[in-house]
Design a binder for this molecule. Structure first.
Ligand code: PGA
Length: 245
């Protein structure tokens, strides 16, 4: 894993956006794996700014998001489809019908999970996957204990995740308790991974990632087995964290 330390959230967002833009310029038909949550918002802002000022085009890009809440349709303000439209897709020239997010409002989730997994495969896989990390080490919504062999599946969200995400909802009771997420093995099949870590709240997770063992109890630790992972972490997340010597 290559680790880049930056000063703050702003610099992390800038560097991550530049990384993605480089990728899209190298190959116009890149398949991007995208994430939601608080961490990538700044990066998306920078992508929009660059699209406006420099004209970087996403017309041939295909995107796959990591996850979606169960029970929310794409028009619900708390759905990740809504988040992606608001924070990125509505402001760049990506073709909406080439932006994929698991559906959270279907009847048969077994079918949905298989459909999503096949869709990624049929499009040739993900070239660059953006990831955040949960304070419990989750990636996507793969909570501690998820098998490293998992493909797209339904998860019960841990109470720590529900609490962490309650800030986006009016009341904690409104936070869905289940989600559809790409599995660990789906994520690991990405050719390249960019993990963004920001803020003091992620210090413990960063420490565990660097110094802990590779274990299903800490899902992000699997990234140590991936050949091409870059981490951009800010000072607040890095402070006091030492690499095992
Ligand atoms: P956050 O979430 O970006 O909102 O901190 C990251 C995650 O839970 O994966």
């Amino acid at each position: 894993m290559k680790i880049i330390e930056v000063k703050d959230y702003e610099q992390m967002s800038q560097m991550a956006a530049e990384y993605m833009i480089r990728k899209v310029k190298e190959c116009k038909a890149t398949n991007l794996g995208l994430a939601t949550g608080g961490t990538p918002v700044g990066m998306y802002k920078k992508l929009i700014e660059d699209h406006r000022l420099q004209g970087t085009s996403y017309q041939e890009v295909t995107t796959f998001n990591l996850d979606e809440y169960i029970g929310l349709s794409g028009t619900n303000k708390n759905s990740y489809r809504y988040y992606m439209n608001e924070n990125l897709f509505d402001h760049i020239d990506v073709q909406k019908d080439k932006t994929f997010i698991p559906h959270g409002d279907v009847q048969d989730f077994e079918v949905e999970c298989q459909r999503y997994e096949k869709l990624i495969e049929a499009n040739g896989g993900i070239d660059l996957q953006i990831l955040g990390i949960g304070s419990n080490g989750h990636i996507g919504f793969n909570e501690p204990g998820t098998s490293f062999d998992s493909k797209t599946h339904v998860v019960d969200l841990k109470s720590s995740t529900i609490e962490a995400n309650a800030r986006f909802f009016n009341r904690i009771e409104e936070v869905p308790t289940q989600a559809v997420t790409m599995g660990i093995s789906s994520i690991m099949r990405s050719k390249e991974i960019l993990l963004l870590i920001s803020g003091e709240g992620k210090k413990e997770a960063f420490h565990q990632l660097l110094n802990g063992d590779v274990t299903e109890n800490f899902p992000a630790s699997v990234l140590k087995n991936h050949p091409c992972v870059t981490i951009i972490a800010d000072e607040a997340a890095v402070s006091g964290v030492k690499l095992r010597s």
